[in-house]
Design a protein around this ligand. Structure first.
Ligand code: 1GP
Length: 255
């Protein structure tokens, strides 16, 4: 019997296309627990108009059930972009999204965040026909809520080689994306030196960087250091001008 080789799905392909066309891309993070679905959809619409590549939906606390589903549905009705779930547990899944970042928190001390939530969530991902995008998630100091919830052994900011070792392990385990996370609302993002150490270690693996990115110049520096995909959540939530905020970042990171 002829078996097909593994192929990447359409949403992951879109991420690659965006990175190949522009050198880097922006992802908009929406936490369904932070606003009503209508407001989430408006933010996604403005971000889409400004050139974001996809919308991630998730959060550490309360991003589940009907709150999650209604937010994803409202976003899907107002933008054409892919909607990718960014779950903090097996409860962060719904069938209205296009794909899921199927993550393991590589530096968690808890087997729950390494593999148990994934085992509980996998049959649901299959039933919902979500595209699963394998991702190694690494939480760096200060780590914020996700560091606490995920029981992360935080990577020290001055130890880029530790982040690089985790990222390389993720690549060898078959993860096609690596996400360096400083925690939502972090005072400072992941240091550029750590981003470049991870980039050097993981070759062509897509590198996502998020947490504490609030302006275009910071995003530009992180891309210059090797980030492929820049995630912003808090900056969008707090901006009175979502289009302008995203447009500035997109303009700074695109070549
Ligand atoms: C959090 O990396 C994301 O998971 C985004 O962080 O909210 O600080 O933009 P911010």
């Amino acid at each position: 019997m002829l078996r097909k080789r593994v192929e990447i799905g359409p949403v992951e392909s879109e991420l690659w296309d965006a990175v190949e066309s522009h050198g880097a891309a922006h992802l908009t993070l929406v936490d369904p627990a932070s606003q009503e679905p209508e407001r989430a959809a408006q933010m996604a619409r403005s971000a889409a108009d400004a050139g974001t590549t996809a919308v991630m939906v998730g959060g550490s606390v309360g991003a589940t059930g009907s709150t999650l589903d209604m937010t994803v549905r409202a976003i899907k009705e107002s933008v054409e972009l892919p909607v990718i779930l960014f779950p903090s547990s097996a409860a962060g899944l719904c069938d209205s999204a296009d794909a899921v970042f199927f993550m393991s928190l590589l530096n968690s001390r808890s087997t729950g965040y390494l593999i148990e939530n994934q085992a509980l969530g996998a049959p649901v991902v299959s039933r919902y026909r979500l595209e699963a995008i394998p991702m190694g998630y690494i939480v760096v100091e200060p780590g914020g809520t996700v560091g606490w919830v995920g029981d992360a052994k935080l990577v020290p900011r001055r130890k880029p080689e530790i982040a690089a070792a985790y990222a390389l392990a993720g690549r060898y385990l078959g993860m096609r994306l690596i996400y360096l996370e400083a925690g939502s609302g972090a005072e400072s993002p992941v240091p550029a030196g750590m981003v470049s150490a991870v980039r050097d270690a993981i070759g062509d693996t897509l590198l996502v960087v998020g947490g504490g990115i609030r302006d275009a110049e910071t995003a530009r520096k992180l891309v210059a250091a090797g980030a492929d995909l820049i995630v912003t959540g808090t900056g969008i939530e707090q901006s009175g001008d979502v289009f302008g905020f995203v447009r500035n970042i997109v303009t700074a990171i695109h070549v």
